[in-house]
Ligand binder design. Structure first.
Ligand SMILES: [Zn+2]
Length: 263
C-alpha cells in the first residue's frame, strides 16, 4: 500500500519510514547547519569539537539527542541519493528503495474514472479479487460456478475475459462509441490490446482507460450483487450508468469526444 503507484501501490505515506527520514534530516542538520542555535548547543555540550559521525553516543544525553546521533547510520543512504537536495520528501523516497514498475501503471495513473473503480481495477490487476477460484484455493466451501453466466467456473480469467456478461457489456460500450476492436483483437487478446491502446496522453487513450476501469468495476459489482443480494441488472442499464459516469467525470478534452456519441 505504501509503494509508489508505478510499482502497484497506493502511495500512502509509510509513517515508520517517514519518521526515520525526519530523524535523518535532523541528523544531517546537526552536521551541516552549525549556524543554528540548537545545533551549536548540542555541539558545545556533547560533541565538543569532534565529528558527530564518529563520536561515541553520549550516554548522558537525552533520549532524543541520542536518537538523532544514532540516525547517522542512515545518513550515507539518504545523502548518496539526495545529493544537493536534502528535503524530507526526497530522503523519504530514497529510503523507500527502488521497485520494479508495473506494466499496467499507466492504467492507474491519470485515470478520470471514479476512485472506487480505480481501486477495483488495481486489485483485479494484482489478481487479488476474491473470486470463487481464489476462495476455494483457501479451502472455503463456495459455489464455483460463475453467477453471471451460470455456465463456467468463476476464475479471474473467466470473469474479466471470457464471461458472456462482461463481453456483452463491453460490446454495448463499444457500440456507443462506435469503436470496433477488429478481428485481430479477439477477446482473449483484449487485455493486451487495452494496455497498448491506453498508453499515451491522447484523448482516445484517456477515454478508453476510463471506460475499461468503469467496466471492470461494473462486472465485479454485478457479480457481488448476484452472489450476495440475488439481484441483477440488465446490461443495457449498466452500460447507460457507465456512459453517464464517464460523461460527468471526463476531462474537458475527453468530454468533447464523448459528447459526439449518443448512447
Ligand atoms: Zn461467467
Amino acid at each position: 500500500m505504501c509503494l509508489p503507484k508505478s510499482a502497484g501501490g497506493l502511495h500512502i505515506t509509510n509513517l515508520k519510514t517517514w519518521n526515520r527520514a525526519a530523524i535523518t534530516k535532523v541528523c544531517w542538520d546537526l552536521e551541516h547547519k552549525q549556524d543554528r542555535l540548537w545545533v551549536r548547543w548540542i555541539h558545545s555540550y556533547y560533541i565538543e569539537g569532534q565529528s558527530s559521525a564518529t563520536i561515541p553516543i553520549p550516554q548522558q544525553a537525552s533520549w532524543m539527542v541520542r536518537k538523532v546521533i544514532e540516525a547517522r547510520g542512515n545518513l550515507n543512504q539518504a545523502q548518496a541519493f539526495a545529493a544537493g537536495n536534502n528535503n524530507m520528501r526526497h530522503i523519504y523516497i530514497n529510503m523507500l528503495g527502488v521497485y520494479p514498475k508495473m506494466t499496467w501503471k499507466h492504467l492507474i495513473c491519470s485515470n478520470d474514472a471514479r476512485p472506487k473503480a480505480i481501486f477495483t481495477l488495481r486489485v483485479q490487476l494484482h489478481g487479488h479479487l476474491n473470486t470463487a477460484e481464489r476462495l476455494i484455493s483457501w479451502g472455503m466451501m463456495v459455489d464455483s460456478i460463475c453467477t453471471l453466466c451460470q455456465t463456467h467456473h468463476e476464475t479471474k480469467e473467466h470473469l474479466f475475459v471470457d464471461c458472456v456478461f462482461g463481453k456483452s457489456l463491453w460490446a454495448r460500450l463499444m457500440q456507443w462509441l462506435k469503436w470496433v476492436t477488429g478481428p485481430a483483437h479477439s477477446w482473449p487478446q483484449r487485455p493486451h490490446w487495452i494496455l497498448q491502446q491506453t498508453e499515451g496522453k491522447s484523448a482516445r487513450a484517456q477515454v478508453l482507460k476510463m471506460i475499461y476501469t468503469e467496466w471492470t468495476h461494473a462486472v465485479w459489482t454485478e457479480r457481488n450483487q448476484h452472489v450476495f443480494e440475488q439481484e441483477e441488472k440488465a446490461v443495457e442499464s449498466i452500460a447507460k450508468e457507465i456512459a453517464c459516469v464517464c460523461n460527468v467525470r471526463a476531462s474537458v478534452k475527453c468530454r468533447s469526444i464523448l459528447q459526439n456519441y449518443l448512447f
